[in-house]
Design a protein around this ligand. Structure first.
Ligand SMILES: CC(C)(COP(=O)(O)OP(=O)(O)OC[C@H]1O[C@@H](n2cnc3c(N)ncnc32)[C@H](O)[C@@H]1OP(=O)(O)O)[C@@H](O)C(=O)NCCC(=O)NCCS
Length: 143
C-alpha cells in the first residue's frame, strides 16, 4: 500500500465533503499536511495532520466508499502516527462523531476537552467545525 503526500486540494475537498467531513478551513492559504492513497491519479483515501511542537491533530480521515474495509484507514492512521513521531510529536489528538470505535481499536482513548492543550483547542476543527458532541480522543505516539 503506497501512502504519499497529497496536494490536489480540489480532490481532497471532494472526498472529504462526500464523506460529510468539514472542509471550510482548507485553502491554499491554510492547508494541513495531507497524505493519501491514489490510483490512476484519483485519491482513494486521505488523512490530514496539523502539528504544534509536541502535540498534533489528526483530522480529515476519509476512505472512498468503494475502498472501505481494505485497511486503508488503519494504514493511514499508522502512517500519520509514524510521521508525527518522526517530527517530534508526542501525543496526537482527534475529534470524531462517526469513528470512535475505529480509533479505540487503534489505541486512542477518550479525554476531557479541558485536558486538551491550547494549540489543539484553538484549531478551527476543535473550536468551530466539529460539533460539541464530538468525542475527543488521544494517543501517545512516542515513549
Ligand atoms: C472510518 C473509515 C476511515 C475507516 O476506513 P476503512 O479503510 O474502511 O477502515 P479499515 O479497513 O482500516 O478498518 C479497520 C478496522 O476498523 C473497523 N471499522 C472501520 N470503520 C469503522 C467505523 N466507522 N466504526 C467502527 N469500526 C470501524 C473495521 O471493521 C476494521 O476492523 P477489523 O480489523 O476488526 O476488521 C471510513 O469508514 C470512512 O472514511 N468513514 C467516513 C469518514 C469518517 O467517519 N472519518 C473519520 C472521522 S475522523
Amino acid at each position: 500500500m503506497h501512502i504519499e503526500p497529497i496536494t490536489e486540494l480540489d480532490q481532497i475537498v471532494s472526498l472529504l465533503a462526500a464523506n460529510g467531513l468539514p472542509v471550510s478551513d482548507i485553502s491554499h492559504d491554510y492547508c494541513p499536511l495531507f497524505f493519501g492513497i491514489q490510483s490512476d491519479s484519483c485519491i482513494k483515501a486521505v488523512i490530514g495532520l496539523e502539528l504544534f511542537g509536541s502535540v498534533g491533530l489528526i483530522r480529515s480521515l476519509a476512505v472512498s466508499k468503494a475502498c472501505r474495509g481494505q485497511s486503508f484507514g488503519r494504514h493511514l492512521v499508522d502512517f500519520a502516527e509514524y510521521y508525527a513521531a518522526e517530527h517530534g510529536i508526542e501525543i496526537l489528538f482527534l475529534l470524531t462523531t462517526t469513528a470512535t470505535v475505529f480509533f479505540h481499536q487503534l489505541g486512542y482513548e477518550q479525554v476531557e476537552r479541558s485536558d486538551v492543550p491550547r494549540d489543539i483547542r484553538t484549531t478551527s476543527q476543535f473550536s468551530s467545525l466539529c460539533p460539541a458532541s464530538s468525542a475527543v480522543l488521544c494517543k501517545r505516539v512516542v515513549g
